[in-house]
Design a protein around this ligand. Structure first.
Ligand SMILES: *Cc1c(COP(=O)(O)O)cnc(C)c1O
Length: 393
């Protein structure tokens, strides 16, 4: 069995966690401050507010920006559900813009037509670790007086035009669930240069306590979004190795790119020349003449972890119910989402494992090709390929 993801925890990380357990300060202790200082230094922002998940980080920013009932936020449907749920927590409405078929990020050319008098912000997601086009997003936000919230939960260390993901907006969020580039078990961090926003996040994280932090003085509706010092200690040790971690993932991505580049029917990730990728997952896409779900079932049976990334948010049952979204609303998002598959990808994946995954993908395509489908014949014609070698039914 080759898993889809696997955390990379060294002896140093284990020792760091054990030291906290011996310290008698399991929450709101010195490891929290140290983690926040080091995250801010890494991102190059003035403030970092650590919390118990990426989702809580996103929610705190929405709340701190005063986004509320009836407000609209422009975002993408090709994402993990929490990048939109964070608005619903404040009864604001996500307004979806379709994506670019190459990068899978927001198609910035379609943003302006979705802006209304109720629009308060744009929330781009740096999908799979590739930054969205922040030049366009910043220009549009400035022109219309909108805030920007970067969902950088998949993109720690990524860059756009030499600037770090998460730092090109009012605030950004990184997330540390075990399948992310670095982990704290569960956790997240808000990064920002805005003092007022940072202060509000500290308060929202800790039950709405006033900034003086008097224990039973609550000045606003807050939450328990605190992260333990145990998690912070793990995060500090992981952050110390972040360059090594990202380099290992780059190597794995390079190997997949090389070994899959001539496989008929597989569309590989495309990275914009202005972007520096921080590889979160490795997602391939199948051309329409390949039944993605059948590939997935075949791979799973053969012990290869895989999962469709993502299922469009606007077609999730409760989004359909709440907002009346339906098939056809976001054609590119839906087309891309029907063909994508994340394959095993983690820091210490070996070349042998990658070879096995590639061999299994090729084999599965043989089973899952829809022979003589119109799309396939057209593709073959374009490629000048005559033989049906991929079909081994
Ligand atoms: C991981 C992730 C989050 C946050 O997830 P948590 O599990 O709450 O930490 C948010 N947005 C995206 C796009 C993500 O991939």
């Amino acid at each position: 069995m080759i898993p889809l993801a696997r955390p990379d925890i060294t002896e140093k990380e284990k020792q760091a966690v054990l030291a906290v357990l011996d310290s008698n300060q399991l929450s709101l202790g010195p490891k929290l401050n140290e983690f926040e200082d080091k995250m801010a230094a890494y991102a190059g922002t003035q403030y970092a507010i650590a919390c118990n998940s990426g989702t809580s980080g996103l929610h705190m920013i929405i709340a701190a920006l005063g986004i509320k009932d009836g407000d609209e936020v422009i975002t993408t449907s090709f994402s993990f559900i929490s990048s939109s749920n964070c608005m619903l927590f404040e009864r604001a409405k996500p307004v979806f813009v379709d994506i670019d078929e190459k990068t899978y990020n927001l198609d910035t050319a379609q943003i302006e037509e979705k802006i209304t008098a109720r629009t308060k912000a744009i929330l781009p997601v740096h999908v799979f670790g590739q930054p969205a086009n922040m030049n366009d997003i910043r220009r549009i936000a400035l022109k219309h007086g909108l805030a920007i919230i970067e969902d950088s939960c998949e993109a720690i260390g990524a860059e756009w035009n030499g600037k770090k993901a998460g730092t090109m907006s009012n605030a950004g969020v990184f997330a540390f669930y075990p399948n992310k580039q670095m982990t704290t078990g569960e956790g997240g961090v808000v990064v920002t240069n805005n003092e007022n926003l940072a202060k509000l996040c500290y308060s929202l994280r800790n039950q709405g306590r006033g900034i003086d932090s008097q224990w039973l003085n609550h000045v606003r509706l807050g939450y328990n979004y605190r992260i333990s010092d145990i998690s912070c200690a793990l995060g500090i040790a992981q952050l110390e190795r972040i360059d090594e971690i990202l380099a290992k993932r780059q190597r794995a991505a390079d190997l997949y790119m090389e070994k899959l580049k001539d496989v008929e029917g597989v569309i590989l990730p495309i990275v914009d020349e202005r972007a520096k990728m921080s590889w979160f997952v490795f997602v391939i896409r199948f051309e329409p003449w390949i039944d993605r779900n059948l590939v997935m079932q075949t791979l799973l049976k053969r012990g290869i972890g895989c999962r469709p990334y993502f299922t469009a948010i606007h077609l999730q049952p409760f989004y359909r119910e709440m907002f009346g979204y339906k098939e056809g609303d976001l054609p590119v998002t839906e087309h891309v989402a029907s063909g994508t598959l994340a394959i095993p990808f983690f820091n210490n994946i070996t070349e042998e494992q990658i070879d096995r995954v590639v061999a299994e993908v090729k084999r599965a395509i043989g089973y899952a090709a829809i022979p003589d489908s119109e799309a396939r014949l057209k593709r073959r014609y374009e490629l000048g390929v005559a033989s049906d070698h991929a079909v081994v039914r």
